[in-house]
Design a protein around this ligand. Structure first.
Ligand code: FRU
Length: 538
């Protein structure tokens, strides 16, 4: 790789130089002071807390024009501690306004991950049908119980808000699901199931998910369990999500179960797997074509279908109550990994979320599979989009060069055609003035995407951060391929092959990346597309 880097510096063929133009028209009142959000490595287009520690996204719900994003938050330190729910809102999923902390720990414990719903019919009685309450469903984690080595220290609880999520009252009858003696018993996600006319809660219980039903969000009945014999069990199960998704090609609605696992991800540490099947109001069952992909008993080895092959997309779930006329299933994940989250080289804050993604289903030879795309609201961050006219590339091309002190925050939509037979690999490199370089591409000989951050900047903080190249298996079909990439100050997210493959990785270049270079090894491709610098959301 270092040979390639030397080559690039001396043999750039084309250079398309952009001056970054500040369009101030998109500024909102929610914009923070400029010095804040200008810190080293601070994401410019991704949500991050103003300061201190953040992990999982929680309680995502849409209500009265606002997308709520709560999150695991520790306001006193940049490492994990007593968990609160931090809170932000947005009207467009990309610009965020910080609100005061929504839920504080209390005598029952820390406030762990969970979800929120609009109780439209006021089934809980906490509001009225005219003014439906928001209900947050979360896990209490009782530290004293944990220290005393009991196995009953996690339980499910609820809180409600009658003022659009601004203030919350915890239910006096908490917990609503006490712990029956299972050490890991957490992360409730609640949906209203139209068919069975009840609230359905799914949460993680060690090596499986538990499914409960309720008419009023307060009294819950155990309905079923799923997962002990399926999927990867290389770590503990966390943060499930269960939702229906319509597949147009088959005119059929499937049910999708997202499930985060730590450790045991395809490239190490935390990652999210998923299952596709049916839910009958009681039980989740796997689709026949999906089962062989994740059947642990039959194969005797771990098998899973992964949502994202990068190292930095964890504990992601989807928004509740997106209006029917919108109809999207919008996902956001925590852009870090428990392997090194507390060590990453940021000072004022720790961690960001992925950009929101719209999940859809596509029919494949092995049955339905998830597809991911950036929500359309991301488009409006694009400034000065440039069309990249079709050109043939052998070796390298400079796609974008900024002045050394100007960072590249950009979206690249690239179409590759005429991929030559026998080509080894092609893709992009991000380069900094300090000769950090990050490589992201497709290796046709090995039939996988790859992300290589081993020389992309600081990785001294953890041996686990850049110990290997991250890969995502994919068989090239024909001679074409597409990449849709979002580059921010300390992350790169790739959606490729029409959203079939996702790969999200953090990177901490010593100086900001200021060059994007396209490369091929042992062959040529034609490339066209658009390159759009992105405007900061802050
Ligand atoms: C996942 C997780 C959850 C838990 C939360 C605690 O990252 O471990 O299972 O609720 O973080 O902060």
């Amino acid at each position: 790789m270092s040979n390639r880097f030397t080559g690039i510096v001396f043999c750039a063929i084309f250079a398309i130089v952009f001056t970054q133009c500040q369009d101030m028209s998109n500024e909102t009142e929610t914009m923070a002071a400029p010095e804040l959000y200008q810190e080293r490595h601070r994401p410019q287009v991704h949500f991050s807390p103003k300061e201190k520690w953040m992990n999982d996204p929680n309680g995502m719900v849409f209500f009265e024009g606002e997308y709520h994003l709560f999150y695991q938050y520790y306001p006193d330190s940049t490492v994990w501690g007593p968990m609160h729910w931090g809170h932000a809102i947005s009207t467009d999923l990309v610009h965020w306004e910080h609100l005061p902390i929504a839920l504080y720990p209390d005598s029952l414990g820390y406030i762990f991950s969970g979800s929120a719903v609009v109780d439209w019919k006021n089934t809980s009685g906490f509001g009225s049908e005219e003014n439906p309450p928001l209900i947050a469903i979360f896990t209490y984690h009782d530290m004293e119980g944990e220290r005393a080595k009991t196995s009953t220290f996690q339980s499910q609880a609820i809180a409600y808000s009658n003022d659009k999520g601004r203030t919350w009252i915890k239910y006096e009858g908490n917990p609503v699901i006490p712990n029956p003696g299972i050490r890991d018993f957490r992360d409730p996600k609640v949906i209203w199931d139209e068919n069975s006319e009840q609230w359905v809660m799914v949460f993680a219980a060690q090596d499986q998910v538990k499914i409960y039903g309720s008419k009023d969000l307060k009294e819950w009945q155990h309905l079923s369990d799923f997962g002990k014999e399926y999927g990867s069990h290389a770590g503990v199960w966390e943060c499930p999500d269960l939702f229906p998704l319509y597949l147009e090609e088959e005119d059929k609605t499937y049910w999708v179960l997202l499930l985060s696992i730590n450790p045991g991800g395809p490239n190490g540490g935390s990652a999210t797997q998923y299952f596709i099947g049916d839910f009958d109001g009681k039980r989740f069952t796997l689709d026949d074509r999906f089962q062989p992909q994740v059947d642990k008993m039959e194969s005797g080895e771990e098998q899973a279908v992964w949502l994202d092959y990068g190292r930095d997309n964890y504990a992601g779930v989807t928004w509740s109550d997106i209006p029917e006329e919108d109809g999207r299933r919008i996902f956001i994940g925590w852009m870090s990994n428990w392997d090194y989250a507390r060590l990453v080289p940021t000072e004022a804050w720790r961690s960001a979320m992925t950009l929101p993604r719209n999940l859809t289903l596509e029919a494949t030879e092995s049955g339905p599979r998830l597809r991911q795309a950036w929500v359309r609201e991301v488009d409006k961050l694009e400034i000065e989009s440039k069309t990249l006219a079709n050109q043939t590339v052998e070796d390298t091309i400079n796609l974008l060069t900024q002045a050394q002190e100007e960072a590249v925050e950009a979206r690249l939509k690239l179409q590759f055609r005429s991929i030559s037979a026998g080509i080894t690999s092609f893709g992009i490199m991000l380069v900094s003035a300090q000769e950090d370089y990050y490589t992201l591409g497709y290796d046709a000989s090995k039939q996988h995407f790859f992300s290589d951050r081993r020389s992309a900047g600081d990785h001294s903080f953890s041996e686990k951060f850049a110990s290997a190249i991250h890969t995502a298996p994919y068989k090239l079909k024909g001679e074409e391929m597409d990449f849709d990439i979002i580059i921010d100050r300390s992350s790169v997210e790739l959606l490729a092959a029409n959203g079939a493959v996702a790969l999200t990785d953090l990177v901490f270049p010593k100086m900001d990346f200021h060059k994007i270079i396209f490369f091929t090894d042992d062959g040529s491709v034609e490339v066209s597309g658009t390159i759009s610098p992105l405007q900061s959301i802050w």
